[in-house]
Design a protein around this ligand. Structure first.
Ligand SMILES: Nc1ncnc2c1ncn2[C@@H]1O[C@H](COP(=O)(O)OP(=O)(O)O)[C@@H](O)[C@H]1O
Ligand SMILES: O=P(O)(O)OC[C@H]1O[C@](O)(COP(=O)(O)O)[C@@H](O)[C@@H]1O
Length: 314
């Protein structure tokens, strides 16, 4: 079982237009809504593949009701913590060439009691989970060290913890030594505070974090796949797709595939191959739709234990 904590979930509205022009009226060619937020997406992706998962999230206001309805309709087990504020709605603007522009709201103001209730619900839900995963940005009112505080409390129960966040919460979480982190290219560069133009640079940065005590550093690299680094191995995997539609939630699906693989006892290389397949499949789907088992079929994957350090990353 993989328990996800999403302190700042969102209703994701994806709007498809021909081309984005700042300051102009655009007529959408289509739109859809999905329940979102990074941990919610990880749980949705796991549930869509028959994996055992539980999503812990705050729920408040009309958007909170909608979130609960959408998760129930998608068959995603959840534990929602009532909060006074309304959940946020994030908008993605998608252009036919795959360009994605995201507008993310800050989310509701949480009180200290609501934050405590969220952490308590997560620990209570963890039970005998294989992994607890804290994902995404933090809403106003949540302390910046929320993930850093989660790590030792989960680990005290003998459960592995993964964190996927960005900005100020991430270095604090990293200092608490989670078992796994999943930064994307940009987030890793921000963590180590220098640009990482090549795969060799990403490898070196990930190795630094592993040396600091993080067991698994999995870096998602968009179309360049992902690099997984542990104390004794490195794996680069890349899945090829021909028709990218929406990158929204691809990183979350990649993380879901990785944790699913690792918790099923797959070797790191196979787990990473699954991860990039789930991520790439998500990119072929509209909005933040998550892949079903059929969506994973026929996606070619290359995996190597000797990544090319000179590869220039896009
Ligand atoms: N253009 C693409 N072609 C193939 N796979 C992709 C593409 N873009 C993303 N992916 C897959 O999705 C994963 C997550 O994408 P990435 O953009 O790195 O994450 P995030 O959404 O966290 O920024 C990648 O590791 C890769 O497996
Ligand atoms: O918590 P954040 O960083 O604002 O991100 C939330 C948004 O990210 C998503 O989880 C998508 O993730 P990606 O970054 O992988 O596209 C959306 O569902 C959600 O709207």
């Amino acid at each position: 079982m993989i328990v996800t904590l999403t302190p700042n979930p969102s209703i994701d509205r994806a709007i498809v237009i021909d081309a984005l022009h700042r300051g102009e009226v655009h007529r959408a060619t289509s739109s859809r809504i999905d329940p979102g937020g990074k941990g919610v997406n990880v749980s949705r992706a796991l549930a869509a593949q028959g994996g055992a998962t539980l999503a812990v999230l705050p729920a408040g206001g009309p958007e909170g009701h909608l979130m609960e309805e959408l998760l129930d309709a998608a068959g995603v087990p959840r534990r929602s913590v009532p909060v006074a504020g309304s959940l946020r709605m994030n908008v993605s603007v998608l252009e036919p060439d795959g360009t994605t522009t995201k507008l993310n709201e800050p989310g509701p103001q949480l009180s200290a009691a609501e934050v405590d209730a969220l952490l308590a619900a997560t620990l209570d839900a963890a039970g005998d989970a294989a992994w607890v995963v804290g994902c995404g940005s933090l809403p106003p009112g949540a302390p910046t060290d929320l993930y850093a505080a989660l790590v030792p409390r989960v680990r005290a129960h003998g459960i592995r913890v993964a964190v996927d966040s960005s900005g100020a919460p991430m270095p604090l979480a990293v200092a608490a030594r989670p078992s796994l982190i999943k930064p994307n290219h940009e987030e890793l560069a921000e963590l180590v505070d220098h640009p990482l133009p090549t795969l060799g640079d990403v490898h070196a940065a990930a190795r630094e974090l592993v040396a600091d005590g993080i067991e698994v550093v999995a870096v998602s690299l968009g179309g360049d796949g992902a690099l997984l680094v542990t104390a004794d191995e490195v794996v680069h995997a890349r899945a090829t797709i021909t028709a990218p539609l929406s990158t929204v939630g691809a990183g979350d699906c990649m993380l879901a595939g990785l944790l699913h693989g690792l918790s099923s006892g797959l070797p790191a290389a196979d787990a990473l191959a699954a991860a990039v397949t789930w991520g790439a499949a998500a990119v072929t789907l509209p909005g933040s739709r998550v892949p079903t088992p059929d969506d994973l079929l026929g996606i070619p994957v290359e995996v190597t234990g000797t990544p090319d350090p000179t590869l220039q990353l896009s």
